[in-house]
Design a protein around this ligand. Sequence first.
Ligand code: GDP
Ligand code: MG
Length: 221
Amino acid sequence: PISRCGFVAILGAPNAGKSTLLNRLTGAKLSIVTPKAQTTRFRVLGILLRGPVQILLVDTPGIFRPRRRLDRAMVRAAWTGAQDADLQLLLVDARAGLTDEVRDIAQHLRARAREGAPQAWLVLNKIDLTSPPRLLPLTAELNTLASFEQTYMVSATNGDGLDALQSALAEAMPAGPHLYPDDNLTDLSDRLLAAELVREQIFLQTHEEVPYGTTGETENW
Ligand code: GDP
Ligand code: MG
């Protein structure tokens, strides 16, 4: 079998389930998940091996309308990462549906497609929370805003539909050598992962008291 390898950028509004999807696909806790929007602060790489194919999944901080300078830089970084990927996944919370944020992102995708951006696939997530009849109109509407080569309907929490998505991703990756050792799960260091897990617990356990600005630092390993 021919060795293949490619980058897949996971795009979407905050809370679409990007980090949950990355964790579920890699089977590891790489990106922290909380019910708060904008938990993911930096790019997280998940390395997925499917036979001879290495799929490099990139979880991005959500794309949203930035107000602060730091946020603007984060959103810009997310789009730059997507531009360099082999494939873009637009993850949409199917229950929330076509929000202004999703509309913005889809329009941005369409504008970027004209500039030779990588192909985009639509992934409707959280189908465990919605009824099937709602999914088709949503798919149709989103396709009027941007053009998606493929559409998948999944639940990142219970795993529905993920096998089909993963197989299709593997097929779509270009021929080339694997860029990371096959037994690696991420390029993040253990120290950083530890600090992130602590930050996640701070959010989960003190969600009403602690502001978003919380950060963790590993002093000792
Ligand atoms: P991100 O901001 O896009 O990275 O979203 P997260 O992965 O942090 O998820 C946001 C929230 O949605 C969390 O509370 C997740 O548990 C929840 N979530 C993600 N995917 C699903 C799903 O498929 N079904 C359900 N019911 N909840 C989900
Ligand atoms: Mg996230």
